[in-house]
Ligand binder design. Sequence first.
Ligand code: SAM
Length: 234
Amino acid sequence: MDQNKFIEELKKINVTITQKQMDQLNKYYELLKEWNEKINLTAITEYDQVLLKHFYDSATMNKVTDLTKVNTLCDIGTGAGFPGMVLKILFPNLKVTLVDALQKRVKFLNEIISRLELNDIEVYHARAEEYAKNHREKYDIVTARAVARLNIIMEYTIPMVKLNGYFIPLKGNISEEINSSNDAFEKLSCQLENVLEFQLPIEKSNRTILKIKKTKPTSLKYPRSYAEIKKRPL
Ligand code: SAM
């Protein structure tokens, strides 16, 4: 996906991008490529592929919610910043929190924030299940891409979502995961409001975005310890 196609595809999902934002994404790409030679950030390094599979893919969250109207967003297991960093660049109105368990990725993310002069964005080096215990009911939206199976990741993220807020994971093909997460929906008091399936432009791989609404405060029992979650997933 070249830059013109990227801008055109963003428009179709109601994301307009200024020259400044495009310059920020290009700088982000350069730093991603540079740091990727020293630390493992991504297997995707070609410019056209990063535009499609990291930058555009992150922006698709705007298909299920108008991100210009959202205040706080937390991205769990953000890795090299997908989708959270991209959303911060495209939607400067967002107050973004990025969380990852790997210190070297946290260092990279802080470098991006400083080089792109971004405000209202912070990065935490933490495991999600620990971070969630001290940041309950705090965010309008919590998101995660490619971190864990749905029933596992919901236990980390739902406690952090404000009442009537949303957990919006970005996934590949997941009908089987949804079916095996019924207990998680019930025990964590949340409802699946929307399942949006679509294909990425050009390469046509399948994507699914779930919109999961938190309908009641989460029991203080959750999240349990990592060992417990792993041994007995909801
Ligand atoms: N979200 C990014 C993306 O889509 O490109 C990164 C995906 S990568 C496959 C998974 C990331 O989640 C890694 O950076 C890993 O360190 C982080 N991670 C996995 N389990 C985690 C946990 N329990 N708490 C915090 N981060 C976690």
